[in-house]
Design a binder for this molecule. Structure first.
Ligand code: UD2
Length: 315
């Protein structure tokens, strides 16, 4: 009987939000698989008694396969994110993101997993001429990371068509929210903005700050994952996981300052290699096929996130 859920990368920022949402929905058995390379056990602190935690690397078939066997759904979040990290560490990030995903899909197939929901990335689109970005557009990855995530998506789709493994891919659009680690140079820009404003230090914006992103609140992404786990007739498909809006980095930093009631002019540095200029999701397919409707406006998400960093995030 398929009775359990697996979340790879479940000690990470997005994975741990999926774990929480599963628990809220009454899931009985949740298995977290995490190597703790970027994830942290503290992200699971208050739910630790309600889940099974396994420190394991998705590249290790022998370790991972028994944990997946017979799972109802595997949410595959484990990855080494970051465009610049993939440029600086191409072998390691390829190994985890591409080979790790391949290994995981093999284990899911052999273990007769009910469905794999794969964390894909909006970076697959690259610099499309048209906004918003819709799933029918040809992908155009600009960085190793974008290519890794796209390869995983293609593998998921091929495992569906060739082996009959039920898979669905969700292209996340710049997810932010509580528990995003702000401490690394590879951290998501909004977590860096939160740290900067609370420490009253100017952030460095790469380029002119007029690049834009469809920042998406982590709880909306977790909700989308649960919908994708249940939707019918979606196997082998890819959906955008975005909010549908778009804000520039200058606009986002202005909002952070407004919420905090401070004025700290940002510093500006050279543009970052592999950076996409504009990003915005067309959300129609996810709404139609998965029944997804994002709940959090950017300002509401930012207020909640800042409150978390202030009270719980140790800043
Ligand atoms: C990409 C994907 C995103 C997700 C993520 C995982 C796109 C459009 N988005 O995010 O969906 O998969 O990768 O890592 O490809 N920046 C600064 N100052 C800083 C840090 C960043 O200005 O201190 C800029 C950066 O140059 C970029 C923007 O902020 O223009 C967002 O950068 P990011 O690293 O937060 O995310 P991004 O867009 O590479």
């Amino acid at each position: 009987m398929r009775d359990h859920y697996v979340v790879t990368g479940g000690a990470g920022f997005i994975g741990s939000a999926i774990v929480r949402s599963l628990l809220e929905e009454g899931a009985r058995r949740i298995v977290v698989v995490d190597s703790l390379v970027t994830g942290r056990e503290s992200n699971l602190e208050e739910v630790r008694q309600s889940i099974e935690f396994h420190r394991a690397d998705i590249r290790n078939y022998e370790e991972v396969a028994p944990l997946l066997r017979g799972a109802a759904v595997v949410f595959h979040e484990a990855a080494i994110p970051s465009v610049p990290r993939s440029i600086e560490e191409p072998e390691f990030t390829h190994d985890v993101n591409v080979n790790g995903t391949f290994t995981l899909l093999c284990a899911a197939r052999v273990g007769e997993v009910g469905r794999v929901v794969y964390a894909a990335s909006s970076s697959a689109y690259g610099d499309s001429q048209v906004l918003p970005k819709v799933e029918t557009m040809a992908p155009s990855p600009k960085s190793p990371y974008a290519l890794h995530k796209l390869a995983g998506e293609y593998y998921a789709s091929v495992f569906a068509s060739v082996y009959g493994l039920d898979t669905v891919s969700l292209r996340y659009f710049n997810v932010y929210g509580p528990r995003q680690d702000p401490s690394s140079p590879y951290s998501g820009v909004l977590s860096i903005f939160m740290k900067s404003v609370l420490e009253r230090c100017p952030p460095t914006i790469f380029g002119d700050g007029e690049q834009s992103r469809d920042f998406t609140y982590v709880e909306d992404v977790a909700a989308l994952n649960l919908k994708a786990a249940r939707a019918r007739n979606v196997s082998g498909k890819t959906y955008n996981g975005g909010n549908g809006g778009r804000i520039t980095l200058n606009g986002a930093w202005a909002l952070v300052q407004k919420i905090e009631g401070v004025e700290i002019p940002a510093r500006y540095g050279p543009p970052r290699a592999g950076d996409v200029r504009h990003s915005q999701a067309d959300t129609a397919a996810a709404a139609r096929d998965l029944g997804h409707a994002p709940r959090f406006s950017f300002e509401e998400g930012m207020r909640r996130t800042l409150a978390w960093y202030r009270h719980d995030g140790g800043l």
